[in-house]
Design a protein around this ligand. Structure first.
Ligand code: CA2
Length: 149
């Protein structure tokens, strides 16, 4: 049976490829999804995006029954959403936090993630390649290559 991984995207990431290409590049979320499917043909990938915090939380809760792991780009919610953090903490599947840009090389408010402590790790600054690295991190973790604490 294929490993099921949810790729979850938060607020404004539907604009990927359309605005601010100097920060986020020219690929759309659909391009990212297509690439991931070609790189991981043996993984059952589901790609979702929402601008609504509650919807993201519902999908995280749902994933605990249907998926082996989550790759999460929570957008700006990364920096302040305790509700999203609680949702991640409440499930027992691994979540990897990913960012397209390097959040530590940008404005001060982006330097802190309230989600990172409840994720198995964080990948930031590799463009849309961060998603691919995120899926690899989930697969490695599931093969018991646990991250170093
Ligand atoms: O670098 C990332 O992936 C971010 O999660 C993107 C968020 C930002 O708030 C985080 O600090 C870092 C912003 C997502 C907005 O996405 C856009 C994409 C294209 C054009 C405009 C916004």
């Amino acid at each position: 049976m294929k490993t099921t991984v949810l790729i979850l995207n938060g607020p404004n990431l539907n604009l990927l490829g359309e605005r601010e290409p100097e920060i986020y590049g020219r690929e759309t979320l659909a391009d990212v999804e297509k690439k991931l499917r070609s790189v991981f043909p043996d993984v059952d990938l589901t790609m979702r995006q929402s601008n609504a915090e509650g919807e993201l939380i519902n999908w995280i809760q749902e994933a605990r029954k249907t998926c082996r792991g989550i790759v999460l780009n929570a957008g700006a919610l990364t920096h302040y959403s305790y509700a999203l953090r609680d949702a991640i903490e409440a499930i027992d599947i691994p979540v990897v936090e990913v960012h397209i840009s390097n959040i530590y090389a940008r404005e001060e408010f982006r330097h802190h993630s309230v989600l990172a402590p409840v994720c198995i790790g964080q990948i930031t600054g590799f463009g849309t390649g961060s998603y691919e690295l995120g899926v690899r991190a989930i697969l490695n973790y599931l093969q018991k290559k646990k991250p170093i604490k």
